[in-house]
Every structure is written in structure tokens, then in C-alpha cells.
Design a protein around this ligand. Sequence first.
Ligand code: NAD
Length: 277
Amino acid sequence: MDIIDGKELARQIRQQIKKEVETFSRPPGLAVILVGDDPASQVYVKNKTNACVEVGFYSDQIHKSSNITQEELLSEIKRLNENKIIDGILVQLPLPEHINEKAIIEAIIPEKDVDGFSSENIGKLMQNKSFIRPCTPKGIMNMLSTIDIDLNGKDCVVIGASNIVGRPMAMELLNAGATVTICHKLTKNITAKTNNADVVIAAAGVGNLVKKDWVKQNSVVIDVGINRMDDGKIVGDVDFESVKDKVSAISPVPGGVGPMTIATLLENTVIAYKSRV
Ligand code: NAD
């Protein structure tokens, strides 16, 4: 059984990017906007900023109070859209309820949408003509490329149908030649689907949801979940200990998808930079 080491793979990607950045005429610039004081968002932004600094990017961390208006946030994005030394703009989600998340995402010009969430970039992914692809699913495709699996014709189940993980993940797998089933909270009899899957991607946000009897012998399981349990412990969506001995490969939490998401954000910023210089 392979444990897919996302932490190590992400380290290698950062190392390669760092070398490449040394050859650039100016450092790629990434602006990360954080609105409010959500502790989890603060950690994610800090990790993204640290990664930028490590690879030699110019990093602009913008912290706004939770009572910022939508117009103020839109004008901040307009300013960054026009800023020549900024190649990528990322707005950390979720945003406060009084702000229309969709309007904010669409305000980022597609060339700088390094999260790949805008309609234009998602549309390109749907047509298999990608420019910038959402970080978490793209990072997972990279993880799958490191193990011995040909996705052509494979049965894949994605648990979760969010715009940022489940849906683009399904599209990535389809683009790679797989047959894809997307499950969500209204799906009936999920285990009948996962039991037949060669690959299961768990992105429901439910701690330890996927148990040993959910998965097929020798299948591949990728765990996207980051869930804080009542005792403060962070767990994935997969009950790792019970599942690991049945599968051929599995990603752990922590040290799996999480670091790959950030490494992929750096890759996307390099793509955005190259499209603009
Ligand atoms: P979300 O809440 O937006 O979407 C969850 C999806 O799962 C929905 O489609 C919902 O219908 C489905 N779902 C919920 N309960 C279910 C159940 N019991 N059975 C089947 N489907 C169910 O969440 P999200 O933003 O897509 O994130 C999902 C998880 O992945 C969270 O734990 C989040 O923290 C984590 N995440 C991790 C990374 C990373 O880099 N590792 C990145 C993004 C999200």
C-alpha cells in the first residue's frame, strides 16, 4: 500500500518553482485578501504567504475588517487587477454574509484568477481547454500521477459537489478519461457506488465518513477533508486507520491534499505570470 506523500511532493514542486523564479525578470506577485478574523482562514492565508516567500514571489497580504462593504472590496480588486506587479489575486473564502461571494470572484480578471474559480476558468476546464485550474483538484491529479494508475476508463467516485472541490474534481477526472460519479448529501446508497469505485475522492467535509466497508479492495482513496472534531483534533473525511490496509494507495490528513493545494496555487501564479510578461 502506498501512502501518497503530498507534503514531500509539494516540497519538490516549491523547490522547482524557486529555481525557475530565479530566472525570471521580476518576481511573480500574489495578492491574498483576507476579510475578517476567521481563525482557520488566518492559518490558510499565513501558509500561502509563507509558501510565496519561500519560492521568491512578491507577496501582498491584504487584511480587511469584516465590516468592509462589497463596493470597497470590489474597488480593492479593481486596484489589484490594474497593478502591474501583481499576477495573481486570491480572496480567501468564506466571505462575510453581507458580501456576494460570486460577484467578488467574477470581479477578478481571469488572467489573475489563480484559484481558477471564475466562470471563464471553470468554463475552460469544462471544455478541457484549461488555462488556470482550481488548485485542490489540480493538485490531486498531480498526486494521482505519482502512483501507478491509468485513469482511462476507471470508475471514479467524488464525494462532494462544491464549486471549489467536488465539481472541478469530477471534471478533471473526466478530462483524464475516467467514468465519474458525483455524490452529495442527497445521494442515496453512496456505499453501493464507492464499493465499485477504482478511485474515491472524499470531499464532503464530514470527519471519518469513509470507512473500510465503503471501499473496494486495492482501490485508490484521496482524502480532501479537513475537519476539526469536538476534541480539537483535525481529521480527514476518511477513517484512515480502517481503510489503509484495504487500498492500494491513500493520501493522509494532514500531509496529503492540503500542502498540494498550496503548491498548486504557486504553480498557477507562475502560469498567470507567464501569460502576462
Ligand atoms: P462544502 O461544504 O462546500 O461542500 C461539501 C459537499 O459535500 C456538498 O456538495 C455536500 O452536498 C456534500 N456532502 C456533505 N455531507 C455529505 C455526506 N454525508 N455524504 C455525501 N456528501 C456529503 O465543502 P468544500 O469546500 O467542498 O470542502 C469539503 C472538505 O474539504 C472540507 O472538509 C474542507 O475543509 C476540505 N477542503 C480541503 C482543502 C485542502 O486543500 N485540503 C481544500 C478545500 C476544502
